[in-house]
Design a protein around this ligand. Structure first.
Ligand SMILES: Nc1ncnc2c1ncn2[C@@H]1O[C@H](COP(=O)(O)OP(=O)(O)OP(=O)(O)O)[C@@H](O)[C@H]1O
Ligand SMILES: [Mg+2]
Length: 99
C-alpha cells in the first residue's frame, strides 16, 4: 500500500523541512521505500537528502507539477539508501543575473 504524507504549514521556520527529512529517514530505516518530494525552491529537504544547496537539477518538482512523469523527475538520494527524491526547483537561481 502506498501512503502519502504531506508536511505543510504556512509559518516560516516552523520546522517543515526538518520534519520531512526526519520522517523520511525514519521510514527508510524501518525498511520502507520512500519518495521524498521537495516542493520548496529553497531546497532544504533536497539538501538533507544529500544534494547541493546550489545544484540546478535537470528535472525537479516543478516539472512534476507541470505534468512530467514522476519517474523522469526522480533520482536516488546519495545520502540515504532506499530513498528516492524529487528535488526542489531552484527557480530563484535561474532568474539571477550574476555580475
Ligand atoms: N527540534 C528542533 N529544535 C530546535 N531547532 C530546530 C528543531 N528542528 C529544527 N530546528 C531548526 O529550526 C530552523 C527551521 O527549521 P526548518 O528549516 O525545518 O523550518 P521550515 O519550516 O522548513 O522553514 P522554511 O519556512 O524556511 O522552509 C532550522 O534552523 C532548524 O535547524
Ligand atoms: Mg523549509
Amino acid at each position: 500500500m502506498t501512503r502519502t504524507i504531506a508536511i505543510q504549514q504556512r509559518k516560516g521556520g516552523a520546522t517543515k523541512s526538518t520534519t520531512a527529512a526526519e520522517v523520511t529517514l525514519a521510514l527508510a530505516r524501518a525498511g520502507k521505500r520512500v519518495l521524498a518530494i521537495d516542493l520548496d525552491e529553497a531546497r532544504a529537504l533536497s539538501v538533507r537528502m544529500g544534494f547541493g544547496a546550489y545544484d540546478v537539477p535537470e528535472m525537479t518538482s516543478l516539472d512534476l507539477l507541470d505534468g512530467a512523469e514522476a519517474t523522469a523527475c526522480t533520482v536516488e538520494s546519495p545520502a540515504i539508501p532506499g530513498v528516492d527524491v524529487i528535488q526542489g526547483d531552484p527557480a530563484w537561481m535561474r532568474c539571477q543575473t550574476w555580475p
